[in-house]
Design a protein around this ligand. Structure first.
Ligand code: ATP
Ligand code: MG
Ligand code: FE
Length: 348
């Protein structure tokens, strides 16, 4: 059984996975402590991880009805993420691996977002197109064997991530923190056609799989300003619905086009923004129309958690991957080439 530990941002997560099955997990979040600052404060997040790490591991074991001695390997997010936050999780993981005498695996946070889907829907088909949409990333990937093969980037955002766009516009609209879920809730009462927000980088001359959300963010802010300047009350629900529609439209259009171009039959949508109801619905609609199988992890596993890290660790163990050394470092801006970060250096 693999214990996975996640601490890259404001969630402290521990998950337990054996042979592709989720046995138990627990998450603690410092989200409320960041609310009054309007964004994650790294120092506060790190301190909260120090507080939560051991209790969360204990809670995950209790959830699974298992004990420390059942842990056969420890996997931990070594990057990307906030440096101080990552250090807490990695230190805890090293201590546990050393004390238990079990191998340690350093995993890429985004590979975790992808792998978590296997806990619900089984092994990923090879190949599949993955749309990863989170607070810090928006990318289209071509994934083969997650544990063995390099991951190919088809495109990334040139500026803001989709989640960042939701979070920032929510602030301008006066919606509560965190913005993504608040936009989703507000949009239920709105008309997505009320405002014609731009669909960035969808023109014939634009890079097919690159994204850009900063212009959309500015357009939404300007729309709100104009309303307020003219003394009218801001129709927040309409703004939220139109914003969500624009983001979902761009994301799903490009993801489905990538599947068609690469002749891939499965699209996997992962990351915090995969929890968005309109992104899920539009992806379903467009995949069905294009004859593409769609996989989206369950809502509770879309945002950061420990199960996603354990899922990668479990894949690595089963693939016979080299563990990481106990002196492994964090990598706050790790590029996503492979799921396993920092395998043991040759000759060690
Ligand atoms: P990364 O994974 O890129 O390092 P992160 O770990 O902070 O970033 P996640 O936890 O994957 O990001 O996702 C958080 C993001 O998802 C936030 O931007 C949040 O607003 C967004 N989000 C969560 N739920 C929803 C929702 N229902 N609709 C839209 N956005 C959402
Ligand atoms: Mg978070
Ligand atoms: Fe994340």
């Amino acid at each position: 059984m693999v214990l996975g530990i996640e601490s890259s941002c404001d969630e402290t997560g521990a998950g337990l996975v054996r042979e592709g099955r989720l046995l138990g997990h627990a998450v603690a979040s410092s989200m409320d402590e960041h609310a009054r600052f309007g964004g994650v404060v790294p120092e506060i997040a790190a301190r909260a991880h120090v507080h939560a790490a051991a209790p969360v591991v204990r809670a995950a074991l209790a959830d699974a009805g298992l004990a420390m001695r059942d842990i056969g390997a420890v996997a931990v997010t070594t990057g990307p993420g906030l440096s101080g936050a990552l250090q807490v999780g990695v230190s805890a993981a090293k201590g546990l691996a050393y004390a238990l005498g079990v191998p340690l695996y350093g995993v890429h946070h985004l590979a975790g977002h992808v792998a978590v889907d296997t806990l619900e829907h089984g092994p990923l088909p090879n190949p599949c197109v993955v749309l990863i949409v989170s607070g810090g990333h928006t990318s289209l990937l071509l994934v083969r064997d997650l544990a063995r093969d390099p991951i190919a980037h088809l495109g990334d955002t040139l500026d803001d991530a989709a989640g960042e766009c939701f979070d920032k516009v929510a602030r301008v609209f006066g919606l509560p923190y965190p913005g993504g879920p608040a936009v989703d809730r507000a949009a239920r009462a709105g008309d997505p056609r009320a405002v014609a927000f731009p669909r960035p980088l969808t023109g014939p001359r634009d890079a097919a799989y690159a994204f850009s959300f900063s212009g959309l963010k500015t357009a939404a802010a300007r729309w709100a300003e104009q309303h307020r300047a003219s003394g009218r009350e801001l129709p927040v629900a309409d703004g939220a619905a139109a914003l969500q529609e624009a983001v979902a439209d761009v994301l799903t259009r490009k993801a489905v086009a990538a599947c068609a171009e690469y002749g891939v039959g499965t699209l996997v949508v992962v990351g915090g923004v995969a929890a968005n109801s309109r992104v899920r619905a539009l992806a379903e609609e467009r995949c069905a129309a294009a004859g593409i199988a769609l996989r989206v992890p369950p809502l509770s596993l879309c945002t950061d958690n420990g199960a996603m890290v354990a899922a990668v660790g479990d894949l690595l163990v089963r693939a016979g991957a080299e563990p990481a050394p106990l002196d492994v470092s964090i990598d706050p801006s790790a590029p996503l080439h492979r799921a396993a970060l920092h395998p043991r250096a040759r000759g060690r």
